[in-house]
Design a protein. Structure first.
Length: 339
């Protein structure tokens, strides 16, 4: 029995000694690795690359390509033009709308007064009709007597005629479209032209040597610019067909310059007819006292030449004008030239 206990004791001691010297792989120390030595230039290059990558990741990336941005800009330009047209169209609407509404309610009151034999409705209808008609004639515009306007402009055009005649410039003027703010110039040659100059060649000079002639601002340029503002679109973006559709409404209804307008396009020849224009008396006086009408045209004829030059992008020559016996109708013709 004692011998068995001793054997067991020695066996336990040997097992404890084996456990003490047995190495646990899970807790064994890892081998030592010496740090790798790198040069300063390599470290600097890597640092720069890292910083570049970080900066690139922080920079905002463009959401749209240049082509998409250009398309967006063009779309905004079209929207701006459309809004401009709407503004010019609705500028006269408030007073006109109030006038029609008031006159309509007044007329309805008069009808009801006749049906129901009501004196009160009759007086209300008369009052509303009167004010409605009055509002239709009262517009937020400044009007000037035509004889005052004629007297002011006639002296200036007589001066222009005297200068042109004194210098020997009696040929027909050629209206040339320009890219400057004036948008058109008129060139009066002193001798038959071999070529038509570009506006960029002559717009800054009064007297031109090649080809010889005289450059001046057209008499009807301001009127043409007014037409463009009223329409709300540039003439350079309109075709002759579109112009022939929109111009009569502008001159007859919007500006009330004349009672009727006709425009006919036959190739490079354009003919216009103005019926009872507010410029009829003025143009008659100008035609009898100066030679401006034969060379440049009266203000309304000059304005139409400017419009045609801007719309076609080509030179336009004012051909002639003719009046009826009573002087109330004017027929003008223009010729579109090639460069």
């Amino acid at each position: 029995m004692a011998t068995g206990i001793g054997v067991d004791t020695r066996t336990n001691v040997l097992e404890n000694m084996e456990k003490r010297f047995t190495t646990d792989t899970t807790t064994a120390p890892q081998p030592y690795h010496a740090p790798t030595v790198q040069s300063g230039a390599l470290l600097t290059g890597e640092a720069k690359a890292d910083s570049s990558r970080q900066a690139a990741s922080k920079e905002p990336q463009p959401d749209q390509t240049p082509e998409e941005l250009l398309a967006k800009i063009q779309e905004l330009e079209k929207e701006k033009e459309n809004l401009r047209v709407q503004v010019w169209k609705t500028r006269k609407q408030p007073s006109r709308l109030v006038g029609y509404t008031t006159a309509g309610v007044g007329a309805l009151s008069l009808v009801l007064s006749a049906i129901y034999a009501s004196t009160v409705l009759a007086f209300i209808g008369l009052g509303l009709t009167f004010w409605g008609v009055l509002l239709l004639f009262i517009r937020p515009r400044k009007y000037v007597r035509s004889d005052l306007m004629d007297s002011t402009a006639l002296s200036s055009l007589k001066t222009i005629d005297r200068v042109m005649t004194g210098l020997g410039y009696t040929a027909k003027g050629i209206y040339i479209p320009a890219s400057n703010p004036e948008k058109a110039v008129v060139f009066i040659p002193s001798q038959p032209l071999k070529r038509i100059p570009k506006a960029e060649e002559i717009e800054h000079d009064t007297f031109v040597k090649d080809p010889t002639g005289m450059t001046m601002i057209p008499p009807g340029l301001a009127l043409a610019n007014l037409f463009e503002r009223e329409l709300g679109v540039q003439f350079s973006k309109m075709s002759l067909e579109t112009l022939s559709e929109r111009l009569p409404k502008l001159l007859i209804e919007d500006l009330e310059l004349m009672h009727d307008v006709e425009m006919h396009v036959d190739g490079n020849d354009v003919r216009m007819k103005f019926v009872e224009s507010m410029y009829s008396d003025f143009c008659g006086k100008l035609k009898t006292s100066t030679s401006v009408c034969a060379s440049l045209g009266c203000p309304i004829c000059s304005a139409m030449a400017c419009v045609l030059a801007q719309a076609t992008g080509k030179p336009v020559e004012f051909d002639k004008d003719s009046y009826t016996v009573d002087g109330r109708t004017v027929e003008t013709s223009y010729r579109i030239l090639d460069w």
